[in-house]
Design a protein around this ligand. Structure first.
Ligand SMILES: [Zn+2]
Length: 219
């Protein structure tokens, strides 16, 4: 495999310094806050949202928000483009990172024909949410799938809009910078476990009953 072929593009992009902003979640408390003068230290009754911006330069649209036990990947320009990770979804994503990134790196280094053969890369994150690599768009896609009424549970369909894509540079940023920061600051995500490690997944029959692993039932 000719790994160095198209890698120049990848290496030209300098890794941007991490941008971190903290935004108040509850606008109703705004008046309280302004009267307290510049004191932005978190207090017990304030819910804080930590936001990481993805990508670099002109294209800084995607951001990762941490809200309690959920991580939301969203777009500044389109409120419809987003995906929410529960702790279980996040643990599934972390377990899939290496496999997905291997495909992304190979796509960056291969020609179109070989790229199309590598297209079949899709991993279930739980509850019908999938991560996949799209060669034609050169992006990583997070999307909620569904099964139309009357179809078998294996006949899943991606809906048109429920999800978000990351360009490869944004994916790289997520992988190499943001996930590390999340793990350092938010132990609930660093320690998140996939439901597949629960005791109730130890027999096949019980595993089939997990509505996260089998959101559409099984054939
Ligand atoms: Zn499960």
């Amino acid at each position: 495999m000719s790994a160095e072929m198209e890698n120049t593009h990848e290496e030209e992009e300098e890794r941007q310094p991490l941008q971190l902003t903290t935004v108040m979640k509850r606008p109703s408390l705004e008046n309280d806050l302004t009267s307290r003068q510049e004191d932005n230290s978190p207090t017990e009754d304030l819910s804080l949202r930590t936001s990481f911006v993805l990508g670099s330069g002109r294209r800084q649209d995607r951001h990762v928000d941490i809200v309690d036990n959920e991580i939301i990947l969203a777009s500044n320009t389109s409120m419809f483009r987003n995906i929410t990770f529960t702790l279980n979804h996040w643990a599934h994503l972390i377990a899939a990172l290496n496999d997905i990134d291997t495909v992304v790196k190979r796509l960056n280094a291969t020609d179109e024909n070989e790229g199309r053969r590598l297209l079949a890369c899709r991993r279930h994150l739980g509850d019908g949410y999938y991560i996949r690599v799209l060669f034609s768009l050169r992006c990583v896609d997070f999307r909620k799938y569904f099964v139309p009424y009357g179809y078998k549970s294996s006949q899943i369909r991606p809906p048109s809009s429920n999800g978000i894509t990351l360009h490869f540079d944004e994916w790289k940023n997520l992988l190499e910078v943001i996930i590390l920061s999340i793990n350092e600051r938010f132990p609930q995500f660093a320690n998140a476990k996939q439901c597949t490690y629960d005791n109730n997944h130890s027999t096949q029959l019980n595993w089939f009953r997990c509505t996260s692993c089998f959101p559409f039932g099984y054939d």
